[in-house]
Design a protein around this ligand. Sequence first.
Ligand SMILES: Cc1cc2nc3c(=O)[nH]c(=O)nc-3n(C[C@H](O)[C@H](O)[C@H](O)COP(=O)(O)OP(=O)(O)OC[C@H]3O[C@@H](n4cnc5c(N)ncnc54)[C@H](O)[C@@H]3O)c2cc1C
Length: 307
Amino acid sequence: MEIYDYVVIGGGPAGLSAAIYLARSPLKGIVLEGSTPGGKLVDINRIDNYPGVPNTSGTDLALALLGEATSLGAEIVYKRATAVDKEGDLFKVSVEDGSYLTKNVIIATGLSSLSKGLEGEKEFMGRGISHCATCDAAFYVNKETVVLGNGEKPLSEALHLALQCSKVTLLFEESDLKGSEDSIKALKENPKVEIITSIKPLRFVADEKRTQIEGLEYEIDGKITLIKADGYFVYSKENGPLALLSSLNVEYKGNFLIGDPETGETSLKGLYVAGDAKQSLLKQVVTAASDGAKAGSAIIRRAAAGK
Ligand SMILES: Cc1cc2nc3c(=O)[nH]c(=O)nc-3n(C[C@H](O)[C@H](O)[C@H](O)COP(=O)(O)OP(=O)(O)OC[C@H]3O[C@@H](n4cnc5c(N)ncnc54)[C@H](O)[C@@H]3O)c2cc1C
């Protein structure tokens, strides 16, 4: 069986950026993509915060990334990785109909679930509902927003919104805030933030013609309540690459792989992580691209050093 220098798992911004660096080297490898290349980008109408490319559509950016990687010679294999195991000094990456042996693996699988699955959530995504304050806060300057979720990510997103919104209401199912001490203190002390605990979110209520959201319905103390705002930011448990790596002993924080800040290498030599699958506070296209570039060039450097 052929032994590859690298297998990149995931053809989103992180995986394709890694492929752009690796394709310029003499190393032999592939990018496995289980669905659509471009990853999350293909579902996003407008990409903000990607320097030098203002107001681009997600699909255009995805096609540009894919075109750049393939024109440099990157080989994209349209198969879903089902497991990564150790085989001696190598990794075995399994797909439905076979496997690949490789010296290095880059995990660039992104996040698998961002939705809470509430009625109306998918329908109004990008039309009043968002999963990303870093991307969409600018639409709500001096307006009221609701943040649904608990944990460090929603807490820091609520603080981000409070910088420019007139009011932020943070709602969640648990009885206490979960997150870093700093975030909890900052939220409690912020006069623009109202915190409502121990609720059960029910659904987004729309107008009769279903053109806009009228509010978020939730249950508290057995009573049904409707909260109205200009924008709703929804956060669910994010799933990282845990299932794929179940046989490997590797360090995580929560669901996310911990990678070296300079290279993305995990606690397991030769296993790298890039993009949203990596433990990090900021999850954006620019950070995914940077992570991919770092992991790709780290593999090239190590191969050049013969290690
Ligand atoms: C609604 C929304 C709006 C956003 N807006 C912006 C914005 O305006 N600006 C911005 O900078 N960021 C934005 N983001 C964040 C940005 O999309 C992500 O940070 C970025 O896409 C992460 O890139 P990634 O390559 O790590 O993961 P992804 O984009 O999730 O790509 C992962 C890829 O891996 C593939 N994959 C997963 N598992 C496997 C497997 N087992 N085998 C093979 N392939 C696999 C997937 O099919 C996918 O193609 C937004 C995100 C969302 C959800």
